[in-house]
Design a protein around this ligand. Structure first.
Ligand code: IPE
Ligand code: IPE
Ligand code: MG
Length: 621
C-alpha cells in the first residue's frame, strides 16, 4: 500500500530539544558508532520523508525519540519494499518477506548489519518491546505487494488496520514502558479506529498523484461506485466533476473521522497532546488537499510553513508542560526478544506445515499410552496479574508474559499428541476489572492473534464466547484465525468473553426458539439434544481441567463440558509455566481412575483380588 503509516505512527507526546535531552539520548544509545549512525539515518529518513511525523516525534521526550525514529524508519522501509516502482509483485512480496525473516534473525542475534534493523533491534532491547506483534502487519504488507482492491469500506478498514495498527501499537508499548501509558479506554476504541481510518484516508488523498502514476487506486469500490465515471477518470488522471465530487466527499469524511475530541480524554496529557496535534496537522493537510483542486492529480499537496507553525507552536508549549510532569523511565536492556520464525514462503503452501519449535532446553515429551491420554485438556490460565505484581511490574506485563506460556502449551500439546486444548483467556466476569486492564488484556490478545503464530503448525484455532461486547478488531482477528487455520492435529479453542452460564443460556434460548417453531419436542429432550444447541456442539467433554495460580475454583468455565472432568490445581502463576507443566498435567491425568458413577473396574494387583468384606474387618487401616 502506498500510503505510509505517516502521522498515525507518531501518536505521541512531547518535550523540546534540550541540552539535557541530548545527553540522555547519548547515554541511551551509547558509544557504538554504528548504532549512532543507524539512529541518525532513521531520524534523517523521518525528517526528509515526512516532516509531519518528524515534528510529532519532536513533541516527545528526547529519550523516546530514537525509538520512534527507528520504528518509523522500519515501517517506511517495509512499505517502500512493497511499493517499489520496479519489480513484479511476487518479487516485491519476496523482498518484504526477506526483510521480515532477516529481522527475526537479527532479533535473535541482538544486532544487524542493516542500519534500520540495527536501530530497531536496539530499540526493542532497550524498551523491551515485543516485536512479534508486527508479524501480522508484515504479512499484510507482503500480500499488498500483489495489489490492494477492496470492495467496501469495512474490508478497506480491516486491511488498513491490519497493516497500520501493529506499528502504532509498538509506540503505545513504548509509552507504557516509559511510564506514560497511552491507555485507551474501551469505550474510546471506536473513536481511535475511526481516527486511524481518517489518517489513512488523508494519506491516500495526499498520495493520490503518486499512486495513480503507478496505476494504483487505494479506495474501496463502494466509494468509487457512488460517483459514476470517477474511477476511469482517476486512472487516466483526468480531473472531472465526478472526481471533484468524490474527492470532496472523501475529504469531508476524513475530516469527520479525524475530529475525535473524546478519544484522548483520560490519557496521559503528553500523549494526548501529540495525538491531538497529529489530528490537527492532518486536518490542515486536508485543507491543502481541498485547496489543490485539479493539481491533486499531478502532485502531492504540501502543508505550508504557516499552516504547520500555527499548529505546532502551541503544541510544543503544551507538550513541554505536559511532559514536565512525568518522569520518563527507560526500562533498560534485557536479553533480546526472540521471535518465533516468521512463516516462510515455502510454508505458505498448504502442505508446508512446520513442526513446533523445540523446547529451548531440549526437553522432549513423555510417552503416554493412548488409553492414558486425555482427549481434551482445558486450562484456566490464572495468576498473570500476581506474577507481574510480585516483580513490581504493572499487571499488563503479566498478561503479556502469559502469551509466551500460551505458545508453550500449544507447542507442548502438539508434541505430546493432544487433540483438544481449550484456554480460558477472558471471562464474562472479567469486564468487572478496570477499563485500562481490560483494554490491555484484549489488545495483547489481538496483537498475539495478528502475529498468526499457530497458522503454520497445523493447529485449528477456534473461539468460544460472546461477540457483542468485544472490540471489533479483536472479533475480526478471532474470526480470521478461525477461518484461516486448518489442522488435523490439534484443535485450540480460545475462550474470550466466555462464560459457562452465558453459553448455557444462549443454548437454552436457541432451543426454546426451535421448540416454538416445532423443530423439537420439549418432552422428548435429552442431554444430547440440548448439547446440539451449544455454540460448539462438537466440542468433546473435558477430561482434564487444569487451573494454575493457586486457586481452587472453576470460575464459570465450561460447566457443561467439564461436568465430569478430572480437576488439577497447581500453585505456580501462569507465566511461569511451560510445556513441561502441560506434560506433567497429562501424566497426572493418566494416574487418575475415572468412574463416571460406576463401580471401578478392579486393578490387576493382588490386593484387588481380596476386596474387604464385613466378615473380615480390615485391621490394616
Ligand atoms: C488470569 O490472570 C487472566 C485473566 C483473567 C485475563 P489474572 O489477571 O486473574 O491474574 P491474577 O489472578 O490477578 O494473578
Ligand atoms: C478466571 O480467572 C478467568 C480467566 C483465567 C480468564 P479470574 O482470575 O478472573 O477468576 P477469579 O476471579 O479468581 O474467579
Ligand atoms: Mg485471577
Amino acid at each position: 500500500m502506498r500510503a505510509k503509516p505517516q502521522l498515525t505512527l507518531a501518536h505521541q507526546g512531547a518535550v523540546t530539544h534540550t541540552r539535557r535531552g541530548r545527553a540522555t539520548v547519548r547515554s541511551l544509545i551509547g558509544d557504538d558508532p554504528a548504532l549512532r549512525a543507524a539512529y541518525r539515518l532513521c531520524r534523517r529518513t523521518a525528517r526528509q520523508h515526512d516532516p509531519g511525523i518528524h515534528a510529532l516525534i519532536q513533541l516527545m521526550p528526547a529519550v523516546l525519540r530514537p525509538a520512534c525514529w527507528a520504528l518509523w524508519a522500519a515501517a517506511s522501509v517495509v512499505d517502500d519494499l512493497a511499493d517499489a516502482h520496479e519489480g513484479e509483485p511476487a518479487e516485491r512480496a519476496a523482498r518484504v518477506e526477506a526483510w521480515a525473516e532477516a529481522l527475526t534473525h537479527d532479533l535473535a542475534a541482538g544486532t544487524s548489519t542493516d542500519p534500520v534493523r540495527h536501530a530497531l533491534v536496539d530499540t526493542a532491547r532497550q524498551w523491551r518491546l515485543d516485536l512479534s506483534g508486527l508479524r501480522g502487519a508484515l504479512a499484510s504488507t507482503r500480500s499488498d505487494a500483489h495489489g490492494l482492491r477492496c470492495t467496501d469500506w469495512a474490508a478497506w478498514r480491516a486491511r488498513c488496520n491490519e497493516e497500520l495498527v501493529p506499528w502504532v501499537d509498538q509506540v503505545r508499548q513504548l509509552f507504557e514502558q516509559a511510564g506514560a501509558p497511552m491507555t485507551l479506554r474501551l469505550d474510546r476504541v471506536a473513536d481511535y479506529e475511526q481516527f486511524i481510518d481518517g489518517a489513512q484516508l488523508t494519506d491516500v488523498l495526499t498520495d493520490l498523484s503518486a499512486d495513480l502514476a503507478e496505476g494504483h487506486l487505494i479506495l474501496p469500490q463502494e466509494a468509487l461506485a457512488r460517483f459514476p465515471g470517477a474511477e476511469a477518470d482517476l486512472l487516466q488522471r483526468r480531473w472531472s466533476p465526478a472526481v471533484a465530487a468524490l474527492t470532496a466527499e472523501l475529504t469531508a469524511l476524513a475530516r469527520r473521522r479525524l475530529s475525535r475530541p473524546a478519544m484522548t480524554r483520560g490519557m496521559h496529557p503528553g500523549a494526548a497532546t501529540v495525538l491531538d496535534t497529529a489530528g490537527a496537522l492532518m486536518r490542515a493537510q486536508l485543507d491543502a488537499v481541498e485547496a489543490a483542486g485539479c493539481t491533486l492529480l499531478q502532485r502531492a499537496p504540501r502543508l505550508s510553513v504557516v499552516a504547520r507553525t500555527r499548529v505546532l507552536v502551541p503544541a510544543r508549549l503544551r507538550a513541554a508542560m505536559a511532559w514536565s510532569m512525568t518522569r520518563v523511565t527507560v526500562p533498560g536492556p534485557r536479553p533480546p526478544v526472540v521471535v518465533p520464525p516468521y512463516p516462510s514462503r515455502a510454508a505458505d503452501d498448504s502442505e508446508g506445515l512446520c513442526p513446533p519449535p523445540p523446547h529451548p532446553d531440549g526437553f522432549r515429551p513423555p510417552q503416554v499410552a493412548a488409553d492414558r491420554m486425555p482427549a481434551h485438556v482445558a486450562v484456566i490460565m490464572d495468576g498473570s496479574g500476581r506474577w507481574a505484581e510480585q516483580r513490581g511490574l504493572p499487571r499488563p506485563e503479566g498478561h503479556r508474559a502469559g502469551n509466551a506460556a500460551v505458545r508453550e502449551m500449544v507447542y507442548g500439546a502438539l508434541e505430546i499428541g493432544l487433540r483438544h486444548l481449550t484456554l480460558y483467556a477472558f471471562s464474562t466476569e472479567n469486564w468487572q476489572r478496570g477499563p485500562e486492564e481490560v483494554t490491555m488484556i484484549l489488545e495483547t490478545l489481538r496483537r498475539e492473534l495478528d502475529g498468526g503464530v499457530f497458522r503454520k503448525l497445523g493447529v485449528h484455532q477456534r473461539w468460544s464466547g460472546r461477540s457483542d461486547r468485544l472490540p471489533e478488531d479483536l472479533v475480526h482477528a478471532l474470526r480470521r484465525e478461525e477461518r484461516d487455520t486448518r489442522g488435523a492435529g490439534l484443535t485450540l479453542t480460545l475462550c474470550v468473553d466466555y462464560g459457562g452460564r452465558d453459553e448455557i443460556v444462549r443454548a437454552a434460548a436457541a432451543l426454546a426458539q426451535a421448540a416454538r417453531e416445532g423443530e423439537v419436542s420439549p418432552h422428548l429432550l435429552g442431554e444430547d439434544d440440548f448439547a446440539r444447541y451449544l455454540p460448539h456442539p462438537d466440542m468433546p467433554d473435558v477430561d482434564l481441567l487444569w487451573r494454575t495460580g493457586n486457586e481452587q475454583r472453576t470460575s464459570n468455565f465450561l460447566p457443561w463440558q467439564a461436568s465430569y472432568a478430572e480437576l488439577y490445581f497447581t500453585p505456580g502463576y501462569w507465566p511461569d509455566n511451560d510445556r513441561r507443566d502441560l506434560w506433567q498435567a497429562v501424566l497426572e491425568y493418566g494416574r487418575r481412575r475415572r468412574r463416571h458413577g460406576a463401580v471401578p473396574a478392579p486393578l490387576p494387583s493382588p490386593e484387588n483380588h481380596r476386596p474387604p468384606s464385613r466378615a473380615q474387618p480390615d485391621h490394616g487401616r
